[in-house]
Ligand binder design. Structure first.
Ligand SMILES: *[C@@H]1O[C@H](CO)[C@@H](O)[C@H](O)[C@H]1NC(C)=O
Ligand SMILES: *[C@@H]1O[C@H](CO)[C@@H](O)[C@H](O)[C@H]1NC(C)=O
Ligand SMILES: *[C@@H]1O[C@H](CO)[C@@H](O)[C@H](O)[C@H]1NC(C)=O
Ligand SMILES: [Cu+2]
Length: 184
């Protein structure tokens, strides 16, 4: 019985991870280039990057490359000591840790011309709560935002709603499995 529960849990974890991983093509249809004047900062700001996601750099390898660099090297467009270098023209980089990731094109002049990318990989605990406090408060008049909604029982409805839905689903399934095994 314990084994069955563990297997079910493992399946859920795998499914959650698979369903969350996204592939982002850098620059969208323009790709990784200098000629289209892509604002890569703007491009990144419209995305939410999570661990497990992939960024795909597509470019002509005769003219460009991809270097992962430190923040200091990103700021000064210094390509002398990259963390890693990609040169195939179709380079997938899977994001495996939190925080800021910096990339630039190492061809002289390209980074300065704007061919540089900064990503912020956010923490995975970003499941939207069932009732999101900021959304509900933005819909009500400003004067009511600091007062709990009338008629809501319990000391803190916000905390009650903050349990991530995926975690809740796992808990529900566990309880269900335990019951199913007791009955059979
Ligand atoms: C570029 O970075 C390297 C190593 O990080 C450093 O030694 C070098 O001085 C830097 N060059 C410039 C022009 O900042
Ligand atoms: C580029 O890489 C992606 C992901 O690795 C792959 O799906 C795609 O087929 C590749 N495209 C080309 C033209 O090689
Ligand atoms: C990066 O993401 C974290 C949340 O995971 C956030 O707190 C931080 O402000 C972000 N930094 C930038 C520069 O966007
Ligand atoms: Cu380039």
């Amino acid at each position: 019985m314990a084994v069955r529960i563990l297997v079910a849990l493992a399946c859920i974890v795998v499914m959650l991870r698979l369903s969350k991983a996204a592939v982002y093509k850098v620059g969208d249809s323009a790709g990784w280039t200098t000629i289209a004047n892509v604002d890569y900062k703007l491009w990144a700001s419209t995305k939410t990057f999570h661990i497990g996601d992939t960024v795909l750099f597509q470019y002509n390898p005769q003219f460009h490359n991809v270097m992962r660099v430190t923040h200091a090297m990103y700021r000064s467009c210094n390509n002398s000591n990259p963390i890693s270098t990609f040169t195939t023209g179709n380079d997938s980089v899977t994001l495996t840790n939190h925080g800021h990731h910096f990339f630039l094109c190492g061809v002289p002049g390209h980074c300065v011309a704007g061919q540089k990318l900064e990503l912020n990989v956010t923490h995975p605990v970003s499941f939207t709560p069932l009732s999101d406090p900021p959304i509900s408060s933005s819909l009500s008049p400003p004067s009511t935002t600091t007062i709990p909604a009338a008629g809501v029982p319990g000391p803190s409805p916000n905390h009650a709603a903050s349990l991530p839905s995926a975690a809740a689903a796992v808990v529900y399934l566990l309880v269900f499995l335990v019951f199913a095994n007791f009955i059979s």
